[in-house]
Write a protein that binds this ligand. Structure first.
Ligand code: BGC
Length: 454
């Protein structure tokens, strides 16, 4: 609803009016202007015309309402607006500002799903569950008519009584079972009363906390979906058992923008640098070069960008990286090395994030042919690499000279260049910095921390 139009002659008047507006709305709203209960939008046009529109949400406390801390409440405490039930016949109702789920005899797993889909986010909610009921919250989940007639499937953050597997990740509805390889954390979930969960899904890295304790920190396998709805699960129950209850409240989410700085960890270990994946690499966190360097994206039609899953190990004198690249057509004809297929590693050894290269900064590149190159100032004697070909691309394994120690952080990035056969680079996929500046400016690279590991 558009309620009024004002005309202003200069910027000062516009600012003065905006201040007045904030104070006025603050008063009308009992002072909670930054809360989610009243949303007033002002649009200031270049001619100095302000139109004030008070949306529907101003009276109904509806979604979405951005909070001061950047989170949006997903449950308004009054009704299930924004949610939709899929699969089973368990019941969901709003009771005392909570969502109360109750099991139903004969029902398969039921899910109350967000209407909106989320990819990278921080999700916080509180939950309490009856003894004997297994539950969970789906993230990045899907339901498609051509997949088991709409069966909800995707990663689930587990909820159950202690001792159990709360906070760990299960691949619901896919027959793949647990994503979390080990599930050892105990005494974190409070059996009686409310539990606060925090889920941080940023790219391929997924972390969970329960009541402030860090439970899981895992690189999601590429086969798990990266974007989808949230779903509150009420599990099916055995004949003649139940009904059991599970309750949620204070469900809120903060979406993470695609350009937030990424972090990863290298585990301690000394692999043989031969382009083969030896046992030492098992369980090492993996990151995906999933950000496209915009100015290099010229792919057309059915041409695909090449990406790599990258893992790192370290020892006292080195950083080792293993990049598994997907590339369906290997090309090496272009004149410049960076225009050919290949993987580049960017290293800021002293983590100073300088916008021009210092002596500790380096760019190293290896092509599928094994050819190595670097930006003009860097020294290739601090770099060694090996390449093997795979069914759908190639592997580059590298060893970079650097002093390693537990807790050390460095600036780090990886880039996969791809010439789909046109004689020049048509895509370049980076792990963190989506600009094409990392070969001279390390200020926006990601962060790599050396940890002890398994
Ligand atoms: C960049 C190129 C640059 C080259 C210099 C690459 O990482 O993507 O645009 O010319 O480095 O070595």
């Amino acid at each position: 609803m558009c309620v009024s139009i004002f005309n202003f002659k200069n910027a000062l008047q516009v600012v003065a009016f905006a201040v007045f507006l904030c104070v006025w709305v603050g008063v009308c709203d009992g002072g909670s202007f930054l809360g989610s209960t009243l949303v007033a939008q002002t649009e200031i046009s270049c001619t100095g015309v302000i139109s004030l529109s008070v949306g529907e949400s101003s009276v109904t406390n509806s979604l979405p309402g951005m909070r001061e801390d950047g989170f949006v409440d997903l449950f308004n405490g009054k009704n299930l607006r924004g949610w939709k039930q899929r699969n089973g016949t368990a019941t969901y109702e709003v009771v005392d500002g909570t969502i109360l789920g109750r099991t139903a005899q004969g029902s398969p797993n039921s899910f109350l799903c967000s209407e909106k889909e989320y990819g990278d986010f921080e999700l916080v909610f509180e939950v309490k569950v009856d003894k004997g009921l297994n539950s969970g919250v789906q993230i990045r989940s899907l339901s498609k008519p051509d997949y088991k007639e709409g069966r909800v499937h995707g990663p689930q953050v587990e909820i159950e009584w202690d001792p159990g597997e709360s906070g760990y990740i299960y691949s619901e509805g896919t027959k793949r079972g647990w994503v979390s390889p080990t599930r050892t954390q105990k005494n974190v979930f409070k059996n009686e009363g409310w539990n606060e969960y925090r889920v941080l899904a940023d790219g391929s890295r997924l972390q969970t906390w329960i009541n402030g304790t860090h439970v899981e920190d895992i690189e999601m396998p590429a086969i798990e979906s990266m974007k989808g709805f949230l779903g509150l699960q009420v599990h099916g129950v055995k004949k003649n058992s139940g009904p059991f209850r599970v309750q949620w409240r204070n469900i809120r989410i903060r979406e993470i923008s695609g350009d937030e700085r990424r972090e990863t960890r290298a585990f301690k270990g000394t692999p043989k640098v031969d382009g083969k994946i030896d046992d030492l690499w098992a369980g090492v966190p993996r990151v995906l070069t999933s950000r496209s360097i915009d100015e290099v994206d010229e792919l057309s039609g059915d041409q695909k960008a090449s990406t790599a899953w990258v893992r790192c190990l370290w020892d006292e004198g080195h950083l080792y990286c293993l990049a598994e690249v997907t590339d369906d057509a290997i090309a090496s004809e272009a004149g410049d090395e960076w225009d050919r297929d290949g993987v580049e590693f960017f290293i800021d050894r002293n983590y100073a994030r300088t916008s021009t290269y210092d002596d500790d900064d380096a760019q190293y590149r290896t092509e599928p042919s094994g050819n190595e190159s670097t930006g003009s100032e860097n020294d290739l004697s601090t770099y060694k690499s090996a390449v093997t070909k795979t069914k759908n691309g190639y592997i580059v394994e590298v060893c970079i000279d650097i002093k390693g120690e537990v807790g050390k952080k460095i600036g780090f990035d990886v880039q996969v260049n791809n010439d789909p056969g046109d004689g020049r680079r048509m895509s370049a996929m980076k792990w963190n910095d989506a600009s094409n500046d990392t070969y001279f400016d390390m200020s926006d690279a990601g962060t790599l921390e050396m940890v002890k590991g398994n």
